[in-house]
Design a protein around this ligand. Structure first.
Ligand SMILES: Cc1cc2nc3c(=O)[nH]c(=O)nc-3n(C[C@H](O)[C@H](O)[C@H](O)COP(=O)(O)OP(=O)(O)OC[C@H]3O[C@@H](n4cnc5c(N)ncnc54)[C@H](O)[C@@H]3O)c2cc1C
Length: 567
């Protein structure tokens, strides 16, 4: 089977906030270059940027400052963020929000005096989250997609990237290999520069929030291309995922943080509050604390019929809850729960991966011509991402990547002859007897939730690594029982699981290597934070080797602050 081939100067993998911003910026910087955006789903309709509810962090108010946003990001990240990346995030977020409003046409909520309304989000010392009601992501993605459609930018929709193809001499990127999901045919796209922006996505956990098209393909491809991933043990769980049984995909979706923020209670299966036993801030503690306390209660067996816990809002008054949380009340009602007056079953749900490809502040990676941005990248958030810093990250670094790729292609860009690629890796499930992919997925969910999830220890992580190895071997013996190629969902499911298992292994290996507890990573056998002044981050390659690399405190050291009054 010989892949079709085509050429483009700049190839962008993924069409979320990062991919689309990159396309627009590259086009603006160098309109003469050909740019192609390839995406597993439909452009503008998939990925997690579209799902952003809460909003976008940016220091706009006179009383706020980039220094304050920076310090919140560094302290929230438990001193593990790369400080140059975090600085770029907070400073360029201001440019991007103005571009979103004034050039791309986003309407964000405003105060009566005409200034942009900014709301409170957990972990921040200032109310700096810009939003459009609770549908901020739809506003951003619709405007971005319209602008991409209006320009001479090629779209490869329902094209799944399966491999980053290096040049024959191995020195640079030569392009990427795709499966056209509509026909099942392979396509090789030769490119001078490639952006990896497929958005990570911890969908290997039993309960998760990201969109179903995200299966860590980009991270798995980066590992196979020899790139190092950092902070992979840092997986953020959101405390209140809806738990409505296995028959609905609503299970795992987020019930917003404001429910706890406004005074909601979490109850065990015994209908008693348990958070005050764990933390003086009770339900208003940060996401990592609350998730951990919830997981402990679940482990004790104090659970609801579906094995989770309850959120209760009724004591705030049903009318108020209906008014303030209309969307959430409706979502719960769809699943048979009465949020305003009754109890709703919830469970912590895997939300975001702080880890990703190691990269520099201009979005370059260890492979010449390959750039990375958004949730596929690592180092901006360290051990924890502040709510609202996710979409800021993807739009800020997407734009940086677009600008940088345009310059790079103009200065160094050339089409390189590609190294050989072997289609056998993707063809494998066609040549094996039909097996049970669902059983493999269930086992993966169990392993990751029980042993590589919210509370970890060495015996559990070692056991998980054995189980993940066995799952990978099982996948290699599992066929899909069909030769159909067009929209063969079993084939894509198989490919998804291959990526998820590969990335699960590096999460478990990195978690085993980090012998302390920071932010999203908690080790029962190493509960202390460790010395902040000698903080190191994990860096892992495909061979499973983990290096602990010291964090460079380029702007501020633990115990110091950039804020004048705190110095
Ligand atoms: C429910 C939910 C609510 C959130 N709310 C907020 C919030 O309020 N504030 C905030 O800051 N952040 C929030 N986030 C996080 C935020 O969505 C992400 O940080 C950010 O949008 C990621 O942008 P991205 O461009 O990196 O990835 P995405 O927007 O996820 O885009 C990834 C793209 O890559 C494509 N893709 C994947 N695999 C392949 C492949 N193999 N080949 C080709 N294309 C591929 C996907 O189809 C998609 O188009 C939320 C996330 C979720 C899930």
């Amino acid at each position: 089977m010989v892949p079709q081939a085509r050429d483009t100067d700049i190839l962008i993998l993924g069409a979320g906030g990062a991919g689309l911003f990159a396309a627009l910026h590259a086009h603006k910087a160098a309109p003469e270059l050909s740019i192609s955006v390839a995406v597993k789903g439909l452009l503008g309709k998939c990925g997690c940027t579209r799902m952003v509810q809460g909003g976008y962090n940016v220091a706009l108010a006179k009383e706020d400052s980039v220094e304050r946003h920076f310090m919140d990001t560094i302290e929230g990240g438990k001193w593990l963020p790369d400080q140059e990346l975090a600085w770029k995030l907070v400073t360029l977020a201001i440019e991007r929000i103005h571009e979103l409003e004034n050039e791309l046409g986003c309407f964000f909520d405003r105060n009566p005096d005409g200034t942009v309304h900014q709301k409170a989000f957990a972990g921040q010392t200032f109310d700096r989250t810009v939003h459009k009601g609770d549908l901020t992501g739809i506003e951003i993605m619709n405007r971005l997609a319209e602008q991409v459609w209006a320009r001479r930018i090629q779209r490869l929709e329902e094209h799944r990237a399966v491999e980053l193809v290096k040049s024959a001499d191995g020195a640079s990127i030569a392009g990427a290999l795709f499966i056209d999901m509509r026909t099942g045919e392979y396509l090789f796209v030769r490119a001078k520069a490639v952006l990896l922006a497929t958005g990570g996505g911890p969908t290997m956990y039993r309960y998760h929030t990201p969109s179903g098209d995200k299966s860590c393909d980009g991270l798995a491809m980066a590992l196979r291309a020899g790139l190092a991933l950092r902070d992979m043990e840092m997986v953020q769980f959101h405390p209140t995922g809806l738990l409505a049984g296995t028959h609905t995909r609503m299970t795992g979706t987020v019930l917003e943080e404001g429910l706890r923020g406004s005074g909601g209670y979490l109850l065990g299966g015994d209908k008693q509050r348990f958070m005050p036993n764990y933390d003086p801030k009770a339900e208003r503690a940060t996401r990592d604390f609350v998730s951990r306390a919830m997981f402990s209660e679940i482990r004790k067996g104090n659970t609801t019929p579906h094995g989770g816990l309850y959120i209760s809002m009724a004591h705030l008054g049903a009318e108020r809850v209906r008014k303030e949380f209309k969307g959430m009340v409706e979502r719960c009602a769809d699943c048979g729960f009465d949020l305003a007056g009754g109890l709703v079953e919830v469970v912590p749900t895997a939300h975001y991966m702080m880890g990703g490809v190691e990269f520099a502040a201009d979005c370059t990676t260890g492979l010449a011509g390959l750039f990375v941005a958004g949730e596929d990248s690592g180092g901006v958030h360290g051990a924890n991402r502040l709510g609202g810093n996710g979409v800021a990250n993807s739009t800020v670094f997407g734009a940086v990547a677009g600008d940088a790729m345009a310059v790079w292609v103009q200065e160094h860009g050339r089409f390189s002859p590609p190294a050989d690629f072997d289609l056998a890796r993707y063809e494998r499930p066609f040549n094996l007897p039909r097996g049970d992919l669902e059983a493999i997925r269930e086992k993966l969910y169990d392993t990751m939730w029980q042993r590589v999830g919210i509370i970890r220890d060495a015996p559990g992580l070692k056991r998980a690594l054995g189980e993940l190895e066995a799952l990978d071997a099982a996948l290699d013996e599992t066929g899909i029982g069909s030769q159909a190629r067009a929209f063969n969902l079993s084939w894509h499911d198989w490919l998804n699981l291959k990526s998820l298992v590969a990335v699960s292994r590096v999460i478990a290996q990195s978690a085993l290597a980090r012998e302390d507890s920071r932010g999203a990573h908690y080790r029962d056998d190493f509960p202390d934070t460790g010395d902040l002044a000698t903080s190191a981050y994990t860096s892992i390659t495909a061979d499973g080797r983990v290096a602990m690399k010291p964090v460079a405190f380029t702007r501020v050291r633990p115990g110091q602050s950039l804020l004048k009054h705190a110095a």
